[in-house]
Design a protein around this ligand. Structure first.
Ligand code: 4AD
Ligand code: MG
Length: 465
């Protein structure tokens, strides 16, 4: 018999009412008495379970019933009926059951409800079977789909940028090396340095920290592109907002200035949040109930309010005058910490903020220099509870100025010769930004720790599963 997806049965069950149906999934609970058993089954298609009701007077396969416990995987067949109980629309009067896999009640770790998120991280191989991670993983899927839909509908092309690269886009130096050299027996040059000519690619390579530089090459041909892929940072940041491996969406647009860039970022974020509000109600309601009672209100607020735009210099002014005692003192020239960003967003403006025109010394080499010679046309989008969710800029399109910045920052011209050539041949004003996928997932799910919005988090000292 053809298997029905539980989501379809719960939502469109009236089409199959009083007919025989089959479902397959994992048992969430089994309860009852000697006359009747109620088995709640979930197959991950939706947050809700379907209930299989078994009349034990008719169904006398005791051996099978014994094997059914929380976590077991079963296939159940029976008549779909309107539910007598409250809280569910349809249930199944189970007539035949097959147990695919038992889950020893003494050993299966997901027995009682209310495990801590910390504990669930230790069993990341099983946590997708919890309501929380089911909801998070379905949200990740919906959000990914909405991202592709937004760009496709707006005439952007999805560009696949490399994961292994020889360049360091952000210049932060926090890169994971990629090598096939024997670490116990490294080949050396006559000067005693490691001889990377003998490495797999014949040069030093690393995992990408950003697809932007290659993204720019695409934009200077296709006009509007975006990337959506994994990026890697070897910074030793043990915070609730940093991962060593995270996903980033990076649109890059020819002929956009910084204002066009901000407009796109704001429209993009609002589109994604609206999409989730419209399409993922059940999962949002669950997460709101469990973790964050203002979640849906906060999401709607962001969709319905204009982001505040101001310069870095104006922001510093506000922070200095705030009278707050920050852990990291503020003065013009310092990089903003999350405490500063959150003060601006949560206390001062009480809505998302876009900061522009940062000091050139705290930003990457590729950002367009302003006429003041001190600031660059950078933009960071700051969100409540998160801080920086997007970082971007208008790019320096002038060959001489770009080369000047490259030299100033000690970057080897030879490593980025191809990037420089785009400024020699048909250069164009252009802009782009990077959205941290998991930062947005944090905001959308209401979860408090970035380790809980990605299936298998990579953080310092942790690459299990
Ligand atoms: O601000 P970042 O470093 O900007 C870039 O990489 C640019 N190349 C983007 C561009 O202009 N195309 O990173 C962009 C975003 C941040 O705003 C943040 O949301 C996220 O990526 N991010 C991280 N997310 C999780 N863990 C980390 N360690 C992150 N580092 C950055
Ligand atoms: Mg940044």
């Amino acid at each position: 018999m053809k298997r029905s997806i539980i989501k379809d049965l719960l939502q469109e069950g009236s089409k199959l009412i009083n007919q025989q149906v089959n479902i397959k999934g994992w048992v969430r609970t089994k309860r009852g008495n000697k006359n009747v058993a109620f088995i709640e089954v979930n197959d991950g298609s939706i947050i809700h379970n379907i209930q299989v009701v078994i009349d034990l007077a008719e169904y006398n396969d005791e051996a099978t019933m014994k094997k059914i416990s929380t976590g077991a995987c079963i296939s159940a067949t029976g008549e779909l009926v309107a539910s007598q109980g409250q809280g569910q629309s349809f249930e199944i009067l189970g007539k035949s059951i097959e147990v695919y896999g038992e889950a020893d009640p003494e050993k299966y770790p997901l027995q009682k409800k209310g495990h801590t998120l910390e504990f669930l991280r230790e069993i990341a191989h099983l946590r997708p079977r919890t309501n929380t991670f089911g909801a998070v993983l379905r949200l990740r899927h919906a959000l990914s789909f909405a991202i592709h839909k937004f760009y496709n509908d707006n005439g952007f092309y999805y560009l696949h940028t490399p994961i292994i690269t020889g360049s360091d886009c952000e210049g932060a130096g926090a890169m994971f090396r990629v090598t096939t050299l024997d670490l116990n027996n490294l080949p050396k040059t006559p000067e005693g340095k490691i001889d990377y000519a003998q490495d797999f690619f014949g040069k030093e390579t690393n995992l990408t920290v950003s697809g932007q530089l290659e993204g720019e090459l695409g934009a200077l041909a296709l006009s509007n592109i975006y990337t959506f892929g994994p990026t890697f940072r070897a910074e030793n940041s043990n915070t609730t907002r940093h991962l060593s491996e995270f996903w980033m969406i990076e649109p890059e647009m020819a002929f956009y200035d910084i204002n066009d860039n901000m407009d796109l970022a704001e429209r993009f974020l609002k589109y994604l949040i609206s999409y989730i509000l419209e399409n993922c109600k059940d999962d949002l309601e669950f997460l709101q109930k469990m973790y964050d009672n203002e979640l849906i209100e906060r999401l709607s607020f962001v969709v319905n309010n204009t982001f505040e735009r101001l310069t870095y210099t104006e922001a510093i002014d506000i922070l200095v005058k705030s009278g707050q005692s920050f852990e990291f003192p503020v003065k013009w020239g310092v990089d903003l910490q999350s405490e500063h960003e959150r003060y601006l967003v949560e206390k001062h403006f009480k809505k998302p903020v876009i900061l522009t025109n940062y000091p050139k010394d705290i930003k990457a080499f590729y950002m367009k220099l302003n006429d003041d010679g001190k600031t660059v046309r950078a933009m960071d989008v700051l969100f409540p509870k998160i801080g920086e969710i997007i970082g971007g800029s208008q790019r320096e399109e002038n060959y001489d100025k770009l080369l000047g910045r490259i030299k100033e920052m000690g970057i080897h011209e030879n490593d980025v010769w191809w990037y420089l050539e785009t400024r020699r041949f048909g250069t164009a004003p252009h802009s782009g930004f990077g959205l941290g996928f998991e930062r947005l997932m944090l905001f959308i799910s209401g979860m408090g720790n970035i380790r809980d919005v990605i299936p298998f988090p990579r953080t310092p000292q942790n690459a299990d599963f």
